[in-house]
Design a protein around this ligand. Sequence first.
Ligand SMILES: [Cu+2]
Length: 146
Amino acid sequence: MKRLVPVATTIAICCALAAGVLASCGGTSAARRDPYANGQYGGNRFLAETVPQQITVIADRRGSLRWDQTAYNAEAGDVSFVVQNPSPVPHQFGVEGQGLRYESGLIDPSTTATLTIKGLPAGDYQIVCNFTNHKEAGMVAALAVR
Ligand SMILES: [Cu+2]
């Protein structure tokens, strides 16, 4: 009978892993999308607060895999990215470069997320969407921080 405990434990772990895999697929589950929980995307999380410097970044309204600009500018320091998703598909928002990666969770259609980095150093970065190959399809833009 002692074997029952390890077997049950193993089953429980497998179920937990399966649930995690399903959740990370972003499928039809009713799981909340939290733009501040970067989960599978790793990197640093954005802060859920707003600072005076605000950069608006808008996903293509009709669902094309691109941002509204190919290049954005910001001043070094504290930056809030006001990321609007008026498109019919979920997106993700990342700022990558200079050895830094800030990643959001999913940003649902018809929602806006204010994603803040404090103390962003000057340099050249990319603004990306890492949701299911969107970056590779062209959802990438330059961010010059001066
Ligand atoms: Cu996207």
